[in-house]
Design a protein around this ligand. Structure first.
Ligand SMILES: Cc1cc2nc3c(=O)[nH]c(=O)nc-3n(C[C@H](O)[C@H](O)[C@H](O)COP(=O)(O)OP(=O)(O)OC[C@H]3O[C@@H](n4cnc5c(N)ncnc54)[C@H](O)[C@@H]3O)c2cc1C
Length: 314
C-alpha cells in the first residue's frame, strides 16, 4: 500500500440524496469523509431523472420540486467543513481489501478507507431509448418555458411518464401513449392526468417521422389493430432506465441489489449500503427511507471509528 496516501474513515460512493445525507451525518460525527460522484453534480435521480417533478410525500414539504429538494439537501452540508471532500466526474470501478483497509480505484485515482458506504442508486443510469434518432426526442423532463404552447407526445406508462404528462399539461397540449391499459404510477396523479390529457391505450409505437418541424407518430392499437397518426412538436420518452451495474466487489445480492443487515452492512464486513442500491425485506425505494438508511449506516460506522466516544447528535 502507498505510504503517503491518506486513509479516510469513510468513502461514500454516489452523491444522490442518500450520499448527501450520509455525508452530512458523517461530518457531524467527525468522520473524515470522501464522496465520489460519477456525474458532474449532486442529486442523483432528483436532478437527473425528474428534476421538474413536484414531490409531495417527503416530510416537511407540502410540495417541492425535485431539483429544489436536492438543492436543499446539498445546502445543508457545510463544505467548508474539514471533514468532507467531494469529487465529481469520477466513477469508482473496483474495490479491494488489503491489511484491513479498502482500496478504491476510480477512473482517475486510488483512495484508501476504513469503511465504505455504497449509495450508488443501483448503478449509473441511462434512459432506455426508442429506435428513432431526432434531436427533438427527449428522455428527461424539460422546463415550463420549453413546453409552453407546444403539442407534446409522451410515451410510457410508469411514474416518470405520468408525472411528466401531468406537469406538461399545465403549459402544453399533451397526448400520453402507453402500450398497456394499466399504468405503473400513482393513482392520484393518473386520475389528474386523465382529466387534462389525451390518453391513448393500448398502443404500440410503429413509426416516427419529422417533416417541416412537426412529428408524425404512427401507433397501433394492440387490441383492435387500428392504426392512428398523432402530430406533435416534441416527443418525450419515459421507457425507464437501464442501469449499468457496478460490480466493484462480490457482494451478496437479491435481484441485483446489495443485501444488507439491520445496520445496513453488506455481506463484506466494513462495506455498507443505503438508498436504492440495497435490499432487505420490506425495503421501500423512496427519499425518506434512503435518508433513514444512510443515517443508520453512518451511526454504526461512527461507533466503530470512535468506540469510546458518545455522539452528540442534537
Ligand atoms: C421517476 C421517479 C420518480 C420518483 N418520485 C419519488 C417521489 O415522489 N418521492 C420519493 O420519496 N421518491 C421518489 N422516487 C425514488 C427516489 O428518487 C429514490 O429513492 C432516491 O433518489 C434514491 O436516492 P439514492 O441516493 O439512493 O440514489 P440515486 O439518486 O440514484 O443516486 C445515486 C448516485 O450515485 C452515482 N453513482 C452510481 N454509480 C457510481 C459509481 N460507480 N461511482 C460514483 N458515483 C456513482 C450516480 O451518478 C448518482 O448520482 C422516484 C424515482 C423515480 C425514478
Amino acid at each position: 500500500m502507498s505510504e503517503n496516501k491518506k486513509i479516510y474513515d469513510l468513502v461514500i460512493i454516489g452523491f444522490g440524496v442518500s450520499g448527501i445525507y450520509a455525508s452530512l451525518n458523517a461530518s457531524i460525527r467527525n468522520l473524515s469523509t470522501l464522496v465520489i460522484e460519477s456525474l458532474p453534480s449532486y442529486g442523483g435521480k432528483l436532478t437527473n431523472v425528474y428534476k421538474e417533478k413536484e414531490i409531495f410525500d417527503f416530510p416537511g414539504f407540502k410540495r417541492i420540486k425535485a431539483e429544489k429538494l436536492a438543492d436543499n439537501f446539498y445546502g445543508q452540508i457545510d463544505l467548508e467543513n474539514e471533514y468532507i471532500t467531494v469529487k465529481y466526474n469520477e466513477k469508482i470501478i473496483t474495490i479491494k481489501e488489503e491489511d484491513n483497509t479498502f482500496i478504491l480505484s476510480s477512473n482517475k485515482d486510488t483512495y484508501f478507507s476504513k469503511y465504505i458506504l455504497i449509495t450508488d442508486g443501483g448503478g449509473a443510469f441511462t434512459p432506455r431509448k426508442i429506435p428513432f434518432d431526432y434531436s427533438e426526442i427527449y428522455y428527461s423532463f424539460q422546463p415550463e418555458e420549453f413546453l409552453r404552447g407546444k403539442r407534446i407526445i409522451v410515451l410510457g406508462g410508469g411514474d416518470s411518464a405520468v408525472d411528466f404528462a401531468s406537469f406538461a399539461s399545465n403549459y402544453a397540449t399533451v397526448s400520453l401513449i402507453h402500450r398497456r391499459n394499466d399504468f405503473r404510477s400513482s393513482e392520484q396523479t393518473l386520475s389528474e392526468v386523465k382529466k387534462k390529457v389525451e390518453v391513448l391505450t393500448p398502443y404500440n409505437l410503429l413509426d416516427v417521422e419529422r417533416k417541416n418541424n412537426v412529428f408524425r407518430v404512427t401507433v397501433q392499437n394492440t387490441e383492435s389493430g387500428m392504426v392512428n397518426e398523432i402530430e406533435g412538436d416534441a416527443i418525450f420518452v419515459f421507457y425507464g432506465v437501464e442501469l449499468a451495474k457496478n460490480s466493484y466487489l462480490d457482494l451478496e445480492r437479491t435481484n441485483g441489489l446489495i443485501n444488507v443487515t439491520s445496520t445496513m452492512e453488506s455481506s463484506v464486513k466494513g462495506i455498507y449500503g443505503a438508498g436504492d442500491t440495497i435490499y432487505y425485506p420490506g425495503k421501500v425505494k423512496m427519499i425518506a427511507s434512503a435518508c433513514s438508511e444512510a443515517l443508520t449506516a453512518v451511526e454504526e460506522i461512527a461507533h466503530l471509528v470512535y468506540p469510546n466516544k458518545s455522539i452528540n447528535r442534537h
